[in-house]
Write a protein that binds this ligand. Structure first.
Ligand code: DGP
Length: 114
């Protein structure tokens, strides 16, 4: 048995993923169930369950996720045309309790979101 989240297991290379970016703090890989032509998950390596449990000490890390998402979008050809989504809590659709930013692009999106 393991207490690791699915995404910690991807970080630790225990399960495969299509990794598109990695540094000391963050990792980004393609979503297994893509909702757009570009659907990448940008995660901190620190195992924080959700944004609402992050603290002031995590401010820089959370900022890094935004910056890395923008960088990856640019690298993927979606510099000024991407959407970032973070689900915080099961009630709004979070299923993996390790913070991740959904980076989506390559189609039109409606507002408000569903
Ligand atoms: P959320 O619902 O916000 O917690 O998003 C979780 C996402 O994780 C969902 O879009 C599907 C994706 N996902 C689930 N299992 C795997 C997996 O094993 N590999 C990858 N790459 N993505 C996964």
């Amino acid at each position: 048995m393991t207490d690791k989240t699915l995404f910690e297991r991807i970080i630790d290379r225990e399960i495969p993923a299509d990794i598109v970016y990695e540094d000391e703090q963050c990792i980004a890989f393609r979503d297994v169930n893509p909702q757009a032509p570009m659907h990448i998950l940008v995660c901190p390596k620190k195992p924080l369950a959700m944004v609402s449990v992050a603290g002031a000490e995590d401010a820089s890390l959370l900022g890094q996720l935004m910056l890395r998402a923008a960088q990856i979008a640019d690298e993927q050809g979606y510099k000024d045309a991407f959407r970032l989504v973070i689900n915080n809590g099961a009630a709004v659709g979070q299923t993996v309790f390790h913070i991740h930013v959904h980076l989506l692009g390559g189609r039109s999106f409606t507002w408000p979101p569903g």
